[in-house]
Design a protein around this ligand. Sequence first.
Ligand code: TYD
Length: 207
Amino acid sequence: MPGKFITLEGGEGAGKSTQAKLLASWLHEQGIETVETREPGGTPGADAVRALLLENDTPLTPMAEAHLFAAARADHVETLIRPALADGKWVICDRFIDSTLAYQGAAGELGVDIVRAINETAIGDTWPDLTVLLRMNGDAGTQRAIARDGAESDRFTSRDFAFHASVAEAFDVFASNEPDRFAIIDGGQTVDQVAEAVRAAVRERLI
Ligand code: TYD
């Protein structure tokens, strides 16, 4: 693909959305045409699925939930991400497949293998060129997200500490299994320090 695909991953409150915006504006300054998007969502179809996934009221089985994340992702990849990359644009996505592998796979009830199989059919060969993992220590990120959004803000933020700890551990495992794709950055630093580390990773690996 002529464009590059960058994803930002991490637990709740790790600062992904802030860093996605800062990275997009820096790339823009470098003369690179950039599309900034997020998951779940990013297209009208995927946003409709997002509403169902994040509201707390509709009971969903783990398998149904995993398929819905993958369905939203398939729409997002086919209608927005892949055409943008084919056009030479860089795509920055706040959460992508590794979130599903961590939340629904490793920390959820299905395990990583089943969730990966479902998602591989959804994304085909559209894997990220670079995945930035913003790491937080202990429950610092979850506390930040609760202060920002409230404890019951969505189906996932409201899960317990053990769930979020196992999400964090899963991201660490994915990053150590694929060191060429992942850049690990300490999300507990100041916004400017994190932004500089993200730019350094992009410069080093993609520019
Ligand atoms: P969002 O409002 O985007 O939160 P955040 O700022 O933390 O990214 O909500 C996304 C929530 O959905 C978040 O709790 C993580 C969860 N999620 C999954 O469980 N699986 C997934 O595949 C994705 C993309 C998100």
